[in-house]
Design a protein around this ligand. Structure first.
Ligand code: C2E
Ligand code: MG
Ligand code: MG
Ligand code: MG
Length: 281
């Protein structure tokens, strides 16, 4: 009886694994097709400059509706990375961002900076001979200074010295560099001196309790002070409460991103948001 039970369990386990693999492969296949067919959307989340209460930037965030169901980037970005679809996906996000910049420009809205996410794998595969990112920006007639590439600390790790060349190339062309999710990786403050970082994005995990936890408040304050000394601007991510905004303002934070001001918006909702925001000020 024991042996039989074990056998059944094993069979069950195999089936479950098999289903997982099948589902995984199907998702990769569907994502690949979606990217090929331009069936990917980009949403834009406003980033507010708290000194003068204006919208200064947007973060471009990819959205995928797979046959009527939204799939979270947290689920499909890893799939895109392992299947290399992240390369054309990243290109598409940048292209759609440039198109949004031009569309806003045509309606009289100029000089916003758009933040575009880039994962480590996109740097590993980067061909500096043909800088595809700069090619896209230039071919769309966008000023490189309107694009900030968001990367995580992993890109700056010591073994990735060649990524410094890529970053330097982008910087020389006029693009900005933002360090995303700051504080969640193996952050070494020395990275900030070695790499040409313009903006640091304080991870949401530091912001969540910044208004109730004195330790978090102290940490956030000292990161902001250090950044100021280094000439680096600070964005707080995931701000949802008025009390968080108050602490961050007092701490001298430069920019606020989060649901408190706005969720990521579909392209067509950006101008209505801007109109309403300026009316409320
Ligand atoms: P991220 O770059 O750190 O982006 C911020 C995430 O926080 C977004 O999630 C955004 O919707 C969410 N967020 C913003 N404000 C708030 C808030 O107040 N409360 C809460 N609870 N969440 C907030 P999203 O869009 O699901 O993206 C998740 C991650 O997927 C991103 O984190 C980024 O790492 C990755 N990702 C998204 N788009 C791209 C892309 O085009 N390329 C690459 N390589 N990665 C991307
Ligand atoms: Mg980001
Ligand atoms: Mg982030
Ligand atoms: Mg994050």
């Amino acid at each position: 009886l024991n042996a039989k039970q074990t056998g059944d369990e094993y069979l069950f386990f195999c089936k479950e694994m098999d289903n997982k693999v099948k589902k995984h492969n199907l998702l990769v296949e569907q994502l690949t097709q979606a990217v090929k067919n331009n069936d990917i959307e980009v949403y834009f989340q406003p980033i507010i400059d708290i000194e003068n209460n204006t919208v200064a930037k947007f973060e471009s965030l990819v959205r995928w509706n797979n046959q009527g169901q939204w799939v979270s980037p947290a689920e499909f970005i890893p799939l895109a990375e392992e299947s290399r679809v992240i390369i054309p996906l990243g290109e598409l996000v940048l292209l759609k961002t440039c198109q949004q910049i031009k569309a806003l420009e045509a309606q009289g809205y100029e000089n916003f900076v758009f933040n575009v996410n880039r994962s480590l794998f996109e740097f590993t595969e980067f061909n500096p001979e043909r800088n595809a990112w700069l090619e896209t920006i230039k071919s769309q007639g966008v000023k490189p200074s309107q694009i900030s590439f968001e990367l995580t600390e992993s890109v700056l790790a010591p073994e990735n010295t060649n990524h410094l060349d890529v970053l330097t190339q982008l910087k020389q062309a006029g693009c900005l560099i933002s360090l995303d999710d700051f504080g969640t990786g193996y952050s070494s403050l020395s990275y900030l001196r070695r790499f040409p970082v313009d903006v640091l994005k304080l991870d949401k995990s530091f912001i969540d309790e910044v208004h109730v936890d004195l330790g978090d408040e102290a940490l956030v304050k000292s990161i902001i002070q250090m950044s100021r000394v280094l000439g680096i601007k600070v964005v707080a991510e995931g701000v949802e409460e008025r009390e968080q905004l108050a602490v961050l303002t007092e701490a001298g934070c430069d920019y606020i991103q989060g649901y408190y001001f706005s969720k990521p918006l579909p392209a067509n909702d950006v101008v209505p948001f801007l109109t309403q925001f300026s009316r409320e000020q």
